[in-house]
Design a binder for this molecule. Sequence first.
Ligand code: ZN
Length: 170
Amino acid sequence: MIRLYDFGIDVQTYADLGKQNAFPSIHRCPHCQVKRTLYRHGYYERNALMGQEAYRIWIARYRCTICQKTVTVLPTFLFPYFQYTIWTILPCINERLSFLLDKGTRSSRFFPTRQGVYFYMRRLLSNLPWLRWFFQTKGKRILGLSDEPLVQAQEWIQKMEEVCLEVSVK
Ligand SMILES: [Zn+2]
């Protein structure tokens, strides 16, 4: 399981700190829900592509002593459009996409913070190639995605829900 964590620093600082970053403690297992501190059982190195820059960064992995399952903590800067507000807005985007793809059959809906929805939707749409790259690095096979950007965006939202991304906010 992936857990997003806001380290409150930029990618350069995170990369420089390496394993000395202030990795969070996880006091409850998100798999079996046991209230026990997960132990950090290692790190792995990965690339972080930020615009034109590539960084090598260390990612911490935790393991639950009860169920033996692991949790990976990813810094939120790896998700350019995944500020935590995205999680409140994602369902709205999804709804908006459904509406756009299904025009005429539904009456117009009310979208809270309309501008926010458009902002995140644009960001999501402009990040479609990045999303493909991200899921590939996670070893997910991406097959049969639509060439139609709006349809593809919906397919991605579904995938994101499937991998159980979790947001932890300080
Ligand atoms: Zn557990």
